[in-house]
Design a protein around this ligand. Structure first.
Ligand code: PLP
Length: 377
């Protein structure tokens, strides 16, 4: 047997990592401005994280959700405190798609409706409901196709208000579109979406899977707009690599035994990882670091040649190049030894650990400039 070949691979195998650096099997060192796709939030192999997980593994790694797991309460309490959502409940699962899947179900259970509004270039995951609200026909299988989903132009509040009616179950939107090219949802758009949902008994779901957990310089990027969604989904940075996702659920939802469930969600190891992440985000002031370093990077990137636009917030940055981005990313990786991400053909996507240092940011800027100059020469 061999792995099912669904990913185009770079021929590099990281075998060790620390902070914002990874090393391959040949001993080469790479600066990581990609964070394993926005997953590494507190830095690779953080000692507090390694310690907490190792200690937990030696005690109890897993038991089912049929018994009390008080670490789930500790996690919910710490997450509520740090995110500012102390009066919300938390449902734990294992991934971003699963978080969105459960959020859509909760919305539909709540108001008994099934029509959902989503937006152009949205990405919400690959499970049945999540992929149905994802705006990419090439990853929607016939069995996932959902005639209840309507796609509207992203950031177009007029179109949203015009489309709202009392049959709409939910509106689902990313605070900052990641796969869609680092497009920030405007404050006006989110505020009007909140009002439109309120006016029609619809549920507002904010997908914070990629833009959440401090990455934007606030705990959730929608907090720049001052809105309170009914449901907020999270995953990626939540476990710093340990698979865990969650739905933050407003007090308007009433839990009924059996309405949601999971085997692995909220297990001891996942909770240990997520608690360690929150401890470090708090003690090292990483949300503020993301805000400052993000502004620093964006200000310095804007003046480089060959760049059409720099978008984003905090350490979620899209650099739209005038020419295709792939040659730049490849040269950065193979010659500059810097990992970056992509979004579409022209955009380099930066999703580093929130613990990125100023020295690492400067090193990236220096290498990026060298590569741009060489590729565009
Ligand atoms: C905004 C957003 N939502 C959901 C997902 C799906 O998360 P997962 O791959 O953990 O299922 C992603 C993954 O990239 C994402 O960026």
């Amino acid at each position: 047997m061999k792995p099912f070949d669904v990913y185009p691979l770079y021929d590099i195998e990281p075998v060790r990592a620390q902070g914002s650096y990874v090393w391959d099997d040949k001993g080469n060192q790479y600066l990581d401005l990609y964070g394993g796709h926005a997953v590494i939030s507190i830095g690779h192999a953080h000692p507090h994280y390694v310690g907490k997980l190792t200690e937990q593994l030696g005690k109890i790694g897993f038991y089912s959700n049929s018994v009390r797991i008080s670490m789930q309460e500790e996690l919910a309490q710490k997450l509520g405190q740090l995110s500012g959502y102390e009066n919300y409940d938390l449902f734990l699962c294992n991934s971003g798609a699963e978080a969105n899947e459960n959020a859509l179900k909760l919305a539909s259970f709540h108001n008994g409706r099934k029509k959902v509004i989503a937006f152009t270039k949205a990405f919400h995951g690959r499970t049945a409901g999540a992929v149905a609200v994802t705006h990419n026909p090439s990853i929607v299988a016939p069995i996932n196709y959902n005639e209840h989903v309507q796609f509207l132009p992203f950031n177009d509040a007029d179109a949203l208000e015009a489309a709202m009616n009392d049959e709409i179950c939910a509106v689902i939107v990313e605070g900052i579109q990641g796969v869609g090219g680092i497009q920030v949802a405007s404050e006006d758009f989110l505020q009007r979406a909140r009002k439109a949902c309120d006016g029609h008994g619809a549920i507002l779901i904010l997908d914070g899977v990629q833009c959440g957990y401090g990455r934007s310089g606030k705990f959730f990027s929608h907090q720049y707009a001052g809105i309170h969604p009914d449901l907020i989904t999270t995953a990626k940075g939540m476990g710093n690599g340990f698979p865990i996702g969650g739905v933050l659920i407003s007090p308007k939802f009433k839990a009924v035994h059996g309405m949601l469930g999971t085997t692995f969600g909220g297990n001891h190891l996942a909770c240990a990882a997520a608690i360690a992440v929150l401890d470090v985000i708090k003690s090292e002031n990483l949300i503020e670091n993301a805000r400052q370093l993000g502004s620093y990077l964006m200000a310095n990137l804007s003046s480089l040649p060959g760049i059409k636009e720099v978008r984003g917030r905090g350490l979620m940055i899209g650099i739209e190049m005038e020419e295709p981005a792939e040659p730049i990313r490849k040269k950065l990786l193979y010659e500059g030894h810097v990992f970056t991400g992509a979004a579409g053909k022209h955009t380099v996507r930066l999703l580093p650990a929130l613990s990125l240092s100023k020295e690492d940011a400067d090193l990236f800027l220096q290498k990026f400039e060298e590569v741009i100059k060489a590729v565009y020469a």
